[in-house]
Write a protein that binds this ligand. Sequence first.
Ligand code: NAD
Length: 369
Amino acid sequence: MSSRRNFIQMVSAPLIAMPFFSQAETVQENLHSIEDGPILKVALLGLGGYANIVAKAMQNCKRAKITALISGTPSKLDQWGEKYSVPKSHRFSYEELEKIKNNPDIDAVYIMTPNLRHPEFAIKVANLGKHVISEKPMATNVKDAQRMIDACKKAGVKLLVGYRMHFEPNTLEIIKKREAGEFGKILFFQGLSGFIIGDPKQWRLNKQLAGGGSMMDIGIYSINGARYMLGEEPIWVTAQETKTDPEKFKEGVDETILFQMGFPSGAVASCLSTYALNNLDKFYLNGTKGFAEMMPSTGYGPIKAKTNKGELSYPHVTHQTIQMDEFAAILHDGKTPKIPVDGEEGLKDMKIIEAIFEAVKSGKKVALK
Ligand code: NAD
């Protein structure tokens, strides 16, 4: 056992700093992490701000490794290739995506483009036989989200959504306490999600590329959070929109939406999604016996959490590092995460977002099926 452990440490230690490729530029088979599971070989697609955070975080992964890069910008492929020791043979333009087919160095493609393009790339990747990881929101509408799920199912590959909070220790501990009944019967959740958005020309303020405004980008954290903090699916929504800058936030691009959700148990959620305020990252869960509060609740951390009994003291973890190690366990070992991260989970949020947009338009309560 000890010699096996030594071997594993020997092969896994350099994984962090050294190239993953042999001289023939193929990934060696049989490399195992210190946790003795196969490495998830990941191609990053869309090399922007978030991909940069994921790529850095992946340097500390035990079970996931960047093995290929896919981008629309040739200079980025060169820079990132050098930085992350990905050889030229494993750098692809969007047009060259087909080349990943049958490439043994790629298990999954992590899509981190503007929202509009997630479905198109996901369906292509699935048809090339690779697992799909899509950033949130998984699509800009329910129909496309469903198309992604169907394509992955048909191709026999898995679809995961980058819900990094689903692996965050404070979050999981509060859920455990709720399940143990520590807060009594839960009747209320509050979710506040927002930041002041800058450049008016960016894709996040383009209805077509983003699918909306703050709701698709940041409000989704309160929607998703309400679901995992309460452990229930909403049955209705109501919503109201306000706009202080119609120039910056054009038709179909929401600046601020206040929304409410009702749950089968009788619990209600009251949430705010906005691109007009900073310091808005808070979850509050209240039951008949106690409460939990997280502030910040979904930022990159450290997450600060407390209950009526005091503060939680989990050390800070890099969300993207644990997410990618957990994704490896899901995709390679068939692990079932405590909170789902699959396409169906992403679809539920998309359906709620569409219902919120409908409620804003009609001013009426919208039932969720
Ligand atoms: P970004 O603008 O920094 O990067 C987007 C990348 O896509 C860039 O490389 C850009 O060159 C490329 N791109 C731009 N327009 C494109 C197009 N039309 N087609 C294909 N590629 C295009 O954005 P970002 O902040 O990295 O966000 C990317 C995705 O990641 C979004 O879906 C966003 O919601 C998600 N995200 C998630 C988190 C998280 O915490 N989970 C955080 C930030 C962003």
